[in-house]
Design a binder for this molecule. Structure first.
Ligand SMILES: NC(=O)c1ccc[n+]([C@@H]2O[C@H](COP(=O)([O-])OP(=O)(O)OC[C@H]3O[C@@H](n4cnc5c(N)ncnc54)[C@H](OP(=O)(O)O)[C@@H]3O)[C@@H](O)[C@H]2O)c1
Length: 232
């Protein structure tokens, strides 16, 4: 297979499952964590030909050096996030700067740093989320940076053609590590307002990411994976 699959934020959750999908299909994988030991442990768990490296998106000046040793890249998934519950009434400026840097500058800098390594048919998927469409008290920064991802893919797709850039915006993924431990009534409220009558699963998200990466004509698409929950 031509080039690696790189998953930034591949040490847990959705990113790790995407890495696992490609590892089990024989690809060379690179997963990242902020912590070198966690990255190595995740790589071992994922198995196949998987390498773990440390990288912190909130320190964008260091990203280029962290990615300097990578080989060619066919598929890049940037899934990393740090949750930020941050109301405007009780505004945490440091938290807002951290998440804004991580998502807006960090995501972009990963693409910039990997530019010399992308194959001609490379594709990139960036993770957003639905807080931009379904805001809640405390989601101002999350909603704003997810909104930023929806437009970031357009500029990247125009400037860096023929590379393809798409974004995925899942609803709450019920079996993801972040949500599976939450109170049942919280998840049940989401399930009942979802027209499909079920929560989005990790497998649904992996399937959608594979589609965005591998369909050669899907470009600059913001794909909502929510079972129609925005209608509810
Ligand atoms: N789970 C959901 O229901 C859901 C719904 C909608 C959207 N999403 C989006 O999907 C993506 C993945 O979510 P998830 O639930 O799978 O997340 P997760 O399990 O919390 O994993 C987050 C990943 O991001 C990495 N990370 C955190 N801070 C980082 C930083 N400063 N620099 C680099 N990496 C960092 C973590 O690595 P270490 O902690 O090892 O450093 C980990 O690999 C996120 O963008 C999230 O917003 C998730």
């Amino acid at each position: 297979m031509d080039g690696n699959v790189v998953v930034v934020g591949g040490s847990s959750g959705l990113g790790k499952e995407i890495a696992g999908h490609y590892a089990s299909n024989g690809w060379d994988i690179v997963v990242t964590s902020r912590d070198a030991d966690r990255a190595r442990a995740a790589a071992t768990e994922i198995g196949g030909s998987t390498t773990g490296i440390s990288l912190d998106l909130s320190a964008p000046h260091e990203i280029g050096a962290r990615l300097a040793d990578l080989g060619s890249v066919r598929y890049l998934v940037v899934a990393a996030v740090e949750r930020d519950e941050n109301t405007v009434t009780d505004y945490n400026i440091d938290g807002a700067i951290y998440l804004s840097t991580l998502k807006l500058v960090g995501y972009t800098e990963v693409v910039h740093a990997l530019l010399p390594r992308f194959t001609n048919d490379a594709a990139v998927v960036l993770f957003g989320g639905l807080a931009k469409d379904r805001p809640y008290a405390g989601s101002t920064t999350v909603s704003t940076v997810n909104g930023g991802v929806t437009t970031m893919i357009n500029t990247l797709a125009v400037e860096l053609a023929p590379l393809r850039f798409n974004a995925i915006h899942p609803a709450i993924v019920g079996d993801s590590p972040y949500w599976e431990g939450k109170p049942a009534e919280v998840l049940e409220a989401v399930r009942t307002r979802t027209p499909t009558g079920r929560l989005v699963t990790t497998a649904d998200v992996v399937h959608a990411v594979v589609f965005l990466l591998e369909n050669g004509s899907v470009n600059a698409v913001n794909l909502v994976v929510d079972g129609g929950s925005l209608l509810g």
